[in-house]
Write a protein that binds this ligand. Sequence first.
Ligand code: BEZ
Length: 210
Amino acid sequence: MALQLGDIAPDFTQDSTEGPIHFHDWAAGSWVVLFSHPKDFTPVCTTELGAVAKLKPEFDKRGVKVIGLSVDPTDSHDSWAKDIAETQGAALNFPLLADHDRSVASLYGMIHPNASDTLTVRSVFVIDPNRKVRLSLTYPASTGRNFDELLRVIDSLQLTDRFKVATPANWKHGEDVIIVPAVDNEAAKALFPQGWTEVKPYLRTVKLPA
Ligand code: BEZ
């Protein structure tokens, strides 16, 4: 069965551009973004890996480790990394798994046989420090992902964990957030002593907690 939100992200050991990775040990209580791309030396993938390398300081700021994957071997990754550095204005600064036996791709359902029976699709998993899958998404090979959106989701997830708030549609950092329904008004008084706006009893907004 496909991995679902709340599931424990499966452990694995696989080769990478930074040597063998024992996933749970490598994650070591951090947030993780694990993402697959279809193939080395392809145009969209080249731009994606450059985009993630440029955003690395933003992932670091949020305590997030990033790791990529395709079914290409490490020598291919190493050689492609030179093209990424040359063309994207940023060199690879995170590990790329070389999933040559497709063991990780199978474990995480990254091969969708009716799209391609050999290549991984563009999967993303956000995994929390308790190893739980908190987001999964799948993009087609022809569409590069929006990694700023991924940062936005991570901000939202981390706010939920810290402050018991949710984020509305199209929320941007700094805008008001929503008190989660599981927090009743009595509990909300302790959590948000500055008060909140009750648009409806089930829709209560507050300033972003500091
Ligand atoms: C790309 O990265 O450009 C790509 C990879 C596989 C299929 C289509 C596009």
